[in-house]
Design a protein around this ligand. Structure first.
Ligand code: FAD
Length: 621
């Protein structure tokens, strides 16, 4: 496959953002180059070997609904699957999978290598070619020039990466990988706001030196969940247990006694770390009254003894790491395979981006993933898909697309980032979405697949499976609505026996399913089952049981949407608007929201200010 003279889209970085970006652009049919340091590390999980979890699986399933790779790779690599919050309502339920690192990377690489329109090349990108505020291509470490008017940067933790273990530090992109120094320097020349963040990872343990009999096994769920809407349990490799143990007073003493050798507590690290994935030294400091923290022992794969002790991320010196690990029950004789460390890196203020994830100042230059101040594979994948899609659309002179906050967590993520920016690593939670009930992980396909098809992201196989599911839901809902149970009938008596309340009038099966005590399985047990796939049956149940709440949320969305889509002119002179406080006008002038809805979410912008803007827009028109 010869290289074309020029590409339509170049993606720099083959992590979780980069691989989704490259696949999305290529799926759209444009000539795409994926340029990354090392072909062996495409799809590499830098930190914990797990995909999904609360808020995050919503993103994974949305990426999947739009034809992305992450969920498909997880089904092929997942060695333990669980549904979190399974006893709570469907809005906050989340799927989490422990992944075999090697299988995950292999699954991603397979998809990349078999994607038409996609070229892969191993080289560091050291420079950008920029002409009059428009990107024209990239230059690699060995001086090769690749040309394209759309470049997506997904450089993760690599820009100016500095690795810390104790008070020692050295340059690196992540353990074992080089940093991106030349590119970081080049980017700092551009008129974009840049700052430093940090993240960390725990030491890895050799499983042969761990006493599992002192830990609590944590098996996966049965039946085993799947991540992708196209996934099946048959795709999963062998399933294994995780384990739980705890830190104790001695662990905490060891940490406290050595804080003077911690790069975080001696001011060596200046970047802000992830609030929701804190290091163990952070936890001991912030929750000083707790004498124990949970540690999840997660296998790294089926062909290795390596274990990931989730919960003890640390950048303390190695001798302290060894002592603290060996103070934990079951790990008294543990051998550390790889030391834990923290990494500081450059990130760019996402307020300098448009909804398409294109930078506001350099045409055709897109940013996605950790470079935008987020943390997590799932957040990166979601941005990558969006940036790749929009880079491809720009190459074709098409308008960009980004889902609204009421359509997808991807919309919430992007809107939060570009409206409010972030000063600490941003991760997704269900609590960040105001329309949780309509943005469930179970209905991500129903929300997005049709749009994905229209955008050119969804292939025929996914489209056929999706349509079959949609038709099955409609047919079953119709059947339940038109099947009636008469009082005194056999079915009515079965109901009376099961629930201790006789049916005193005629009910449709749909009416009965609305009762809180009746679920779909019980309904079909009592009234006769039909042949319907489990995921379609789940939709019928949720859509019926939560119909009232969902309708109310949809009404609210419709009401608020009026302003949501009202566009604000790019040249609006906020300082000249009468009645707008100086503080608000400065905020709006610096963020330059694209719509009235976005303006309303800028912290500090009041409803009165929104009314003023509305009046001004009416006058202007
Ligand atoms: P990455 O996955 O980092 O991928 C970047 C890619 O770009 C790599 O392939 C790299 O080789 C390539 N690249 C970079 N620069 C260049 C260049 N100039 N030329 C060519 N290729 C280049 N996430 C959490 O959710 N919780 C955590 O606790 C957590 N801890 C972490 C700890 C550590 C030490 C690290 C390194 C990461 C941690 N993460 C954590 C973050 C998680 O790994 C990232 O959020 C995720 O991988 C980001 O995906 P990405 O695609 O943006 O970047």
């Amino acid at each position: 496959m010869d290289f074309p003279d020029r590409f339509d889209v170049i993606v720099v970085g083959g992590g979780h953002a980069g691989t989704e970006a490259a696949l999305a652009a290529a799926r759209m049919g444009v000539r795409t180059l994926l340029l990354s340091h090392n072909v062996e590390t495409l799809g590499q999980m830098s930190c914990n070997p797990a995909i999904g979890g609360i808020g995050k699986s919503h993103l994974v399933k949305e990426v999947d609904a739009l034809g992305g790779a992450m969920a498909r790779a997880t089904d092929r690599a997942g060695i333990q699957f669980r549904v979190l919050n399974s006893r709570k309502g469907p809005a906050v339920r989340a799927t989490r999978a422990q992944a075999d690192r090697v299988l995950y990377k292999a699954a991603i690489r397979y998809m990349l290598e078999n994607q038409p329109n996609l070229w892969i090349f191993q080289q560091a990108c050291d420079d950008l070619i920029v002409e009059q505020d428009q990107v024209r291509g990239v230059v690699t470490q060995m001086g090769l020039r690749f040309l394209a008017d759309n470049v997506v940067l997904t450089t993760g933790t690599f820009l100016g990466g500095q690795i810390h273990i104790g008070l020692d530090n050295y340059s690196g992109g992540r353990a074992g990988d080089p940093p991106a120094i030349a590119l970081a320097r080049r980017l700092r020349e551009l008129p974009l706001r840049v700052d430093r963040l940090k993240t960390g990872t725990p030491p890895r343990i050799d499983g042969r030196t761990v006493d599992f009999s002192k830990m609590t096994p944590q098996p996966g769920d049965t039946p085993i969940p799947v991540m992708s809407f196209l996934g099946s349990v048959e795709e999963h490799p062998e399933q294994v247990n995780c384990w739980i143990t705890h830190t104790n007073e001695r662990t905490h003493d060891i940490i406290r006694n050595n804080l003077d050798r911690s790069p975080m507590y001696t001011g060596v690290i200046e970047g802000v770390g992830p609030r929701y994935c804190p290091s163990i030294e952070d936890k001991i400091h912030r929750f000083a009254d707790k004498d124990s923290h949970q540690v999840f022992i997660e296998p790294e794969g089926l062909t290795t003894h390596e274990l990931y002790p989730n919960g003890i991320s640390t950048s303390l010196p190695f001798d302290v790491q060894l002592e603290l690990v060996r103070s934990i029950r079951g790990m008294e004789n543990a051998h550390i395979l790889r030391p834990g460390y923290a990494i500081e890196y450059d990130y760019f203020n996402p307020q300098d981006l448009k909804y398409s994830l294109e930078t506001k100042v350099i045409g055709g230059l897109f940013f996605a993933g950790q470079i935008n101040g987020t943390t997590g594979y799932e957040e990166a994948a979601a941005q990558g898909l969006l940036a790749g899609l929009n880079a491809a659309r720009r190459a074709r002179d098409l308008e960009s697309w980004c889902p609204r906050r009421d359509e997808a967590y991807i919309g919430v993520l992007v809107d939060d980032l570009i409206t409010m920016g972030t000063r600490e690593p941003y991760r997704m939670f269900t609590s960040r979405a105001e329309y949780r009930l309509v943005l469930r992980e179970d209905n991500a396909d129903l929300r997005l697949t049709e749009k994905g098809r229209e955008l050119g992201l969804v292939d025929d196989e996914r489209w056929a499976v999706f349509n079959a599911k949609r038709e099955a839901i409609a047919a079953e809902t119709q059947r339940l609505a038109s099947t009636w149970v008469q009082p005194g009938s056999e079915v009515s008596q079965a109901f009376a026996e099961r629930f201790n309340t006789p049916l005193t009038r005629e009910y449709s099966l749909l009416d009965l399913l609305r009762r809180p005590e009746v679920d779909y399985r019980t309904l079909t047990e009592l009234t006769g089952s039909v042949d319907i796939p489990a995921d379609a049956a789940e939709q019928v149940e949720i859509q019926t049981q939560y119909a009232g709440y969902i309708e109310r949320q949809q009404d609210e969305i419709a009401r608020l949407r009026q302003h949501e889509e009202t566009r604000l002119p790019e040249d609006l002179d906020y300082a000249a608007l009468n009645g707008l406080s100086k503080e608000i006008s400065q905020k709006l002038a610096s963020i330059r929201p694209q719509t009235l809805g976005q303006a309303s979410r800028v912290p500090g912008v009041t409803p009165a200010a929104i009314s003023l803007l509305l009046i001004h827009l009416k006058k202007r028109n």
